[in-house]
Design a protein around this ligand. Structure first.
Ligand SMILES: Nc1ncnc2c1ncn2[C@@H]1O[C@H](COP(=O)(O)OP(=O)(O)OP(=O)(O)O)[C@@H](O)[C@H]1O
Ligand SMILES: [Mg+2]
Length: 372
């Protein structure tokens, strides 16, 4: 029997989940999202919206009473409220998994206890930030334990002055600090757990600018041995985490070593290319997983390059899409009413043969939105 799916968050990830759900009418009869924004992207894709904050307990209970299964597209749901909601609707991944992941310090401790490699880190005591710098060395990256995204909760500390400025910047938010990794590449693995076991996609390479994802290259341009290590590491992470769904596992490659940067308990920006390059998109895979279905095949059927379309610097307001790029480029806009600097407004995916040529073509595209 088809079930109603609830999603905490109705941004672009919720939008693409709702679109995948619409293609599975025998399994999903409706989608309800909880999102505070006016006309959120998922609502534009046909989801019903409960307009409330992600951690609004009453609204989460209402969502639970209207849905059979609750999942998330952001980490900001309140695990306590979700635990209460799980008496009315199934919650996947389970609130305990969200609780561990949404706090970057708890997440890293969880991984370290299970011998999964992560950069050296520690919780920051503001009274002893100098001690932390001494132990981790400079530069180090100071991060908000909760609520950071697109690099906005991170501060690169290169000196004692920076350390003081970072403490001022974060105010009373709890912090952790990590050794600055001089990575050769950033990669990620999209992995899923469904009824019959786990499956993962090929590692992809991610290029960030100012802490925000710009470009994903599939497959990652890394030696086969490194790709194998990444796949094994993703398997170890999935072995440690409980619950069904898709997980985005971000990693650093440093020398021949692969370590985990962070895990997202949800579909991930670096998996958007699967819409065009794989038989099962990450969005369909997530639905299959949380609905208890068998997972779909994850083979990469062609090479792909994905470019995020970000709001330009120095402009806030209504905008038009980039010009039509022509054949072979799939543009997906998220329907957000207003542009803001670095806001994710859409993405473009190029598929074909050879990541080098795709990357070159993607760089020659005009993907700038037009203020209007
Ligand atoms: N320890 C580190 N050493 C070097 N670079 C780092 C480190 N931690 C983070 N970064 C850089 O900053 C980026 C964003 O960091 P992180 O993934 O922790 O933040 P986030 O805001 O949760 O990310 P997002 O929402 O974009 O996934 C990373 O992809 C990487 O480029
Ligand atoms: Mg990240």
């Amino acid at each position: 029997m088809a079930r109603v799916l609830g999603i905490i968050g109705g941004g672009q990830l919720g939008m693409m989940l709702a679109e995948a759900a619409a293609r599975m009418p025998d399994q999903v009869s409706g989608v309800v999202v909880l999102d505070p924004g006016d006309g959120c992207p998922a609502a534009l894709a046909g989801a019903r919206q409960i307009r409330a904050a992600y951690d609004d307990g009453e609204a989460i209970m209402r969502l639970a009473s209207e849905c059979d299964i609750i999942t998330y597209e952001i980490e900001s749901g309140d695990p306590g409220h979700l635990e209460a909601a799980s008496r009315r609707a199934e919650v996947q991944p389970p609130p305990g998994t969200l609780r561990t992941i949404q706090d970057k310090l708890l997440q890293k401790e969880f991984l370290r206890e299970r011998r999964i490699p992560v950069p050296e880190f520690e919780g920051v005591d503001p009274a002893d930030v100098g001690g932390t710098a001494g132990r981790l060395g400079l530069p180090m990256v100071v991060k908000a334990r909760r609520g950071g995204y697109d690099g906005r909760g991170n501060y690169m500390v290169r000196s004692e002055d920076d350390a003081r400025a970072a403490l001022e910047y974060f105010g009373d938010r709890p912090l952790l600090a990590e050794r600055r990794v001089k990575f050769d590449a950033e990669i990620s693995v999209i992995a899923a757990r469904g009824a019959g076991g786990t499956a993962s996609y090929a590692p992809v390479e991610n290029i960030h600018g100012d802490g925000i994802l710009r470009t994903t290259i599939a497959p990652a341009r890394i030696p086969p041995g490194v790709a194998e290590s990444a796949g094994r590491l993703a398997g170890d992470v999935m072995g440690a985490l409980e619950g069904s769904g898709v997980f985005g596992i971000e990693m650093f490659v440093e020398g021949g070593d692969v370590m985990v940067n962070e895990i997202a308990p949800r579909v991930h920006n670096s998996g958007h290319h699967t819409l065009q390059s794989c038989a099962t998109s990450q969005f369909e895979q997530h639905l299959r997983a949380v609905l208890g279905m068998d997972l779909g095949p994850t083979d990469l059927l062609c090479d792909a390059v994905m470019q995020n379309i970000l709001g330009p610097a120095g402009f806030e307001g209504p905008y038009g899409p980039p010009p039509d790029p022509g054949d072979g480029v799939h543009i997906k806009m998220y329907g957000k009413a207003e542009s803001r600097p670095s806001r994710k407004l859409g993405h473009a995916t190029l598929v074909g043969d050879g990541t080098g040529a795709l990357l070159e073509r993607s760089r020659s595209l005009d993907l700038a939105v037009r203020p209007c």
